[in-house]
Design a protein around this ligand. Structure first.
Ligand SMILES: Nc1ncnc2c1ncn2[C@@H]1O[C@H](COP(=O)(O)OP(=O)(O)OP(=O)(O)O)[C@@H](O)[C@H]1O
Length: 287
């Protein structure tokens, strides 16, 4: 498999803080969308900042398109499009002015594509950024990220705070982007229903550590949540499950292969798992 992004043993401790990224490793295959999920403060933005080299990791290796990302390799960054939750474009510029600034900055700036995207997303071209709504600003940032020849998009909460119609438009754009098999997306989000629609893979991070990285379809159709009574749970071997959490009289147990588990425990009901449920079990359950 060819990977657009490989993160290996990434560690980072903020001076004086208790939080640290701890040997974070995962990889985004070419032509795919990787959803990056975790609770508030889990370390998603810290990981993304280390990947972009805006934050210096203590250790670890980041490879982009197979090449190690170092401070000297600014050329690799030309092929990465970034959308952050907090946009920091100059507020007095309009979309039109921004396009002429980016034309000078990016070698591969595609003016026609940018124009098409802001038309399609209905972003007013002559309104100053400070007067755009948050949704419009996110759409503008996305159009800009798509228009400079990027092969890898790194999106930190790109759909947060957007209404369902706008979110759907953005998700369509992301899917169209990865129709080109050389393109890939790493996308952090708390809106797991968005990831269920578009992601090919999901990586879960908790407390600075990767808990699970897996194909989305495997998570939704192969993993399961066994609803156990106490005595049923006591009879399980630890190797049979990934996490377990008591809920009233029931114990929810995350199992990696629901068919196999059901075959071995015919008296236990096993439901499909959603990404939200898997995250809660990984974060709140006992491993
Ligand atoms: N500059 C900093 N100095 C010290 N601690 C920091 C700094 N930036 C972030 N942190 C801490 O690192 C931890 C991880 O933060 P990070 O922003 O990476 O989490 P996140 O998963 O992106 O969270 P959210 O979903 O809330 O955006 C948090 O506890 C945060 O308070």
């Amino acid at each position: 498999m060819i990977y657009s992004l490989e993160v290996s043993n990434l560690s980072k401790r903020y001076p004086g803080a208790t939080f640290s990224l701890d040997n974070v490793s995962f990889a985004v295959p070419q032509g795919s969308i990787m959803g990056f999920v975790g609770e508030n403060g889990a370390g998603k933005t810290t990981t993304i900042n280390c990947i972009l080299n805006t934050l210096k990791p203590d250790s670890g290796v980041i490879k982009i398109f197979g090449e190690e990302m170092t401070e000297a390799r600014t050329d690799i960054r030309n092929h990465i499009g970034v959308v952050f939750d907090a946009i920091n474009f100059p507020e007095t510029l309009t979309a039109n002015r921004l396009a002429s600034v980016f034309k000078d900055i990016y070698h591969h700036w595609d003016s026609d594509l940018f124009r098409q995207l802001i038309d399609r997303l209905k972003v007013p071209a002559d309104v100053r950024i400070k007067d755009l709504s948050r949704g419009m600003t996110m759409k503008l940032a996305t159009a800009a990220a798509f228009s400079h020849g990027a092969r890898l998009l790194i999106l930190d909460e790109p759909t947060s705070g957007l209404d369902p119609v706008v979110r759907e438009e953005m998700l369509d754009l992301f899917l169209e982007f990865v129709e080109n098999e050389e393109h890939s997306i790493l996308m952090s989000s708390h809106i797991t229903s968005d990831l269920e629609k578009v992601a090919d893979y999901i990586t879960f991070i908790h407390n600075g550590k990767i808990m699970l990285t897996e194909e989305k379809d495997a998570l939704l159709y192969q993993y399961g949540i066994a609803r156990c009574r106490s005595e049923q749970f006591q009879a399980l071997d630890k190797s049979e499950y990934l996490a377990a959490r008591k809920r009233g009289l029931q114990i929810d147990v995350l199992v990696p292969d629901k068919q196999r588990f059901s075959g071995q425990h015919r008296d236990i009901t096993v439901d499909n798992a959603t990404i939200d449920e898997i995250m809660v079990l990984l974060v709140k359950g006992d491993q």
